[in-house]
Write a protein that binds this ligand. Structure first.
Ligand code: TGC
Ligand code: FAD
Length: 392
């Protein structure tokens, strides 16, 4: 069982840009992570199990859809509050943050933004309380970066839709009660449907053997002639912009979340550099180690400012998808580089579960790929600044 000695790092006094409510939320989530996640996370990851009791805890701290209005069971908080929550959860583990991101940004958000009033009343309060869990099915075996090519189909059969196809790499799938699934209709238009566990022909086989995000359950969604009631169609959206709008919210959360993983690695490396003696001195007294640590806090500080500014724009409904891409790409890459450098500072100890480094590093290899790969986000920036589409 690992003790969580994490201390707050705020080199540029970014806290002064936060409200008292933001800081209270941060302290609450941090305390929950220290008590409920850190002591068992290494064991959970070694065993590659999803720790179900976290669901209740995440709901209690308000981590499921905090930006959803209170009338639908959310907390009606702003996007900076959401970002801070994701940061604190990901300091614990990217898999824990993933569970919350999917539930809030990829399941509750589309139901709230595109669902009927009945769908909102039926699902959102229960999702906020963690009574039911959801997953988001966009990626297919042959269509990852290019979801527009998806082959999953809904056919209008009069009284119901017939759903056929398969999704893969779906976070939360193995235990989800509902899935927000994106499929093409008879006109070839992408539509969203809510599929419920127990519908005949719907299965969610688990993906085993991951070396990354081992605390998060990943699986497939398989649809074999699933009859989906008509009232389960999300009525207020058509086209790829539906799922991509959900990704804006989740990618935004990841831009904050990655800072949490980076801070945890930095915190551990800084402490280790003061305690570990070689050649008669703490290794932190050597210039080479100081270069690593100084560059880490510089990059973390830049990422914190980027995330905070993005949060302000998001609260004002002015954050563009391309700005979100820049922050997701930059901050995850920053965190992965910090994890790699922190691993070196810990020497051999860095590969063990006694320190959080290797786990964060392996997790970040997924985070840099999901929600749009590092390359795809660069191409989004490239398109935005040049006007030339280099995707195809
Ligand atoms: P393109 O022609 O550019 O756009 C199609 C329509 O969508 C609109 N749009 C957006 N709308 C809202 N937000 C965005 N970010 C948007 N990006 C584009 C666009 O305006 C257009 O609208 P309209 O009205 O003209 O139809 O589409 P494209 O086919 O060229 O693709 C563009 C590209 C490559 C950027 C996009 O497909 C992409 O982002 N690909 C990456 C796929 C991805 O990120 N998948 C993530 C799957 S979910 C996941 O990973 C969850 S992990 C969860 C966890 O565990 O935390
Ligand atoms: P590909 O699209 O096959 O990409 C392979 C490589 O080619 C990448 O390096 C990519 O950058 C590059 N590439 C692709 N196109 C271009 C191009 N035009 N120009 C230059 N380079 C290009 N999806 C969901 O829908 N829901 C989920 O909940 C979910 N959870 C996930 C959880 C985990 C742990 C993982 C690993 C993935 C998850 N995903 C989920 C899927 C994830 O979004 C995809 O893996 C991601 O979008 C990339 O797709 P791909 O793996 O098919 O890679």
């Amino acid at each position: 069982m690992r003790t969580d000695n994490y201390q707050h790092h705020d080199y540029y006094l970014v806290d002064e840009l936060l409200t008292e409510e933001h800081k209270l939320i941060r302290d609450t989530v941090r305390a929950w992570v220290k008590k409920e996640v850190t002591p068992i996370i290494e064991d959970v990851c070694q065993k590659a199990i999803f720790h179900k009791p976290w669901i209740k805890g995440l709901a209690e701290i308000g981590a499921f859809g905090p930006f959803i209005p209170q009338e639908y069971g959310g907390a009606g908080l702003d996007y900076i509050a959401y970002g801070i929550m994701m940061q604190e959860l990901e300091r614990g583990d990217s898999g824990v943050r993933s569970t919350a991101s999917v539930q809030g940004s990829l399941v509750m958000y589309p139901i709230y933004a595109f669902g009927s009033e009945e769908q909102k009343r039926k699902y959102l309060p229960r999702l906020a309380k963690g009574e039911i869990m959801g997953c988001f099915g966009l990626t297919e075996p042959d269509y990852g970066s290019n979801p527009a090519g998806m082959i999953t189909r809904i056919e209008d059969k009069g009284d119901y839709y017939l759903l056929n196809g398969a999704k893969m790499w779906i976070s939360n799938a193995p235990f989800a009660d509902i899935a927000v699934v994106w499929a093409k209709d008879d006109n070839g238009e992408i539509r969203g449907v809510i599929v419920e566990r127990g519908m005949e022909g719907f299965s969610t086989p688990e993906t085993h053997g991951k070396w990354s995000l081992r605390a998060s359950a990943t699986g497939e969604l398989v649809f074999d002639n699933v009859k989906v009631p008509k009232e389960n169609l999300l009525p207020n959206i058509k086209g790829l912009k539906g799922p991509l709008s959900c990704l804006n919210s989740a990618r935004y959360g990841i831009a904050w979340g990655a800072i949490g993983a980076a801070l945890d690695c930095y915190d551990s490396a800084l402490r280790y550099s003061k305690e570990r003696i070689q050649f008669g001195k703490p290794i932190g007294a050597f210039q080479l180690q100081q270069k690593k640590l100084a560059e880490m806090i510089t990059e973390i500080t830049k990422a914190q400012l980027l995330a905070w500014r993005l949060g302000v724009l998001k609260n004002e409904n002015r954050a563009t998808p391309a700005q979100i891409s820049m922050a997701k790409r930059n901050n995850v890459y920053m965190a992965l580089n910090i994890a790699r450098e922190a691993r070196q500072i810990h020497g051999g100890m860095g590969i063990t579960g006694e320190y959080p480094i290797m786990r964060h590093m392996m997790n970040l290899e997924s985070v840099i790929t999901y929600e749009g790969t590092h390359d795809i986000h660069l191409l989004i920036t490239g398109l935005d600044i040049t006007g030339f589409n280099a995707f195809n």
